[in-house]
Ligand binder design. Structure first.
Ligand code: HPA
Length: 271
């Protein structure tokens, strides 16, 4: 794995015009931030050595380099999900590459189902913490140096970045919720009983991504900031049916607000 990381990073280094310090992973239906990047290079995942290929609808699968908020950034438009059949090592391989390329800060976004009764469809939730309910931890197996064997997860989402996001949201009059994101394997959405169970466990939102990437980013010493778009609500008295199309539609409506918060945050980064 280490040799593959080195090989892919070297391949990208030869092609990318400038070294990025910030990376962004864009979730389902949340590609708008990528459109704000002043692009210098876009590479389909299929052309990158050792990269898995994204298959799910709504994920175009491109690695983008360019400038956003006055910073050099790299962005993943489309991510790899465990439910697609990839191993956890494949799902998190791009984060290893980010670390190798010198990324210090990672922004992640996703669509998620709300389990908190105070949430509404279309809410933006700043992720304050997570619950890993996936069947595997991405750090399972031999440790990848230089990260520690038993990494601390007491601040998986940077408190500083959360405070900055709150300031920016307040300044722009954007309403944000805060909450715990629980990751399931998917690809099924949850039954009403599962939603209720997750709510009791302390989850405010449920989705099928993000947690593997954030675990590996923390292992690499990359600080993380994440936001969920609440695209549906579960566990209510009257069960709601969920479709992928509805999730995409709800994400589309609020993504400009998320893009604004993240772009402003990137402007304020100093390292
Ligand atoms: N559950 C899991 N993943 C999701 C959901 C959900 O309700 N909505 C969007 N992604």
């Amino acid at each position: 794995m280490y040799a593959k990381i080195k090989e892919t990073a070297a391949w990208l280094r030869e092609r990318m015009p400038n070294a990025p310090s910030v990376a962004i992973v864009l979730g389902t239906g949340l590609g708008q931030l990528a459109k704000r990047i002043d692009r210098t290079l876009s590479i389909p995942y299929s052309e990158i050595p050792n990269f898995p290929v994204s298959t799910v609808e709504g994920h175009s699968g491109e690695l983008i380099f360019g400038r956003l908020g006055g910073k050099e950034v790299m962005a993943m438009e489309g991510r790899f999900h465990y439910y697609e059949g990839y191993t956890m090592q494949q799902v998190t391989f791009p984060v290893r590459i980010m670390s190798e390329l010198g990324i210090r800060t990672l922004f992640v976004s996703n669509a998620a189902g709300g389990t908190n009764p105070d949430f509404s469809i279309g809410d933006l939730m700043i992720i304050t913490d997570h619950i890993n309910y996936m069947p595997e931890n991405p750090l399972n197996g031999p440790n990848v140096p230089p990260g520690p064997r038993f990494p601390d997860m007491s601040e998986a989402y940077s408190k500083d970045l959360i405070a900055q996001a709150d300031d920016i949201a307040a300044r722009h009059g954007i309403k944000v919720q805060h909450g715990v994101y629980l990751a399931t394997q998917g690809p099924t959405y949850e039954t009403p009983a599962e939603y209720r169970m997750f709510a009791r466990w302390g989850a405010d939102a449920v989705g099928m991504s993000t947690v593997p990437e954030v675990i590996v980013a923390n292992h690499c010493g990359i600080r993380c900031f994440g936001m969920s778009v609440i695209t549906d609500l579960g566990g209510m008295e009257v069960p709601m049916k969920i479709t992928h199309q509805e999730v995409l539609r709800a994400a589309e409506a609020v993504q400009p607000f998320m893009a604004t918060i993240m772009e402003e945050m990137i402007k304020g980064i100093h390292d």
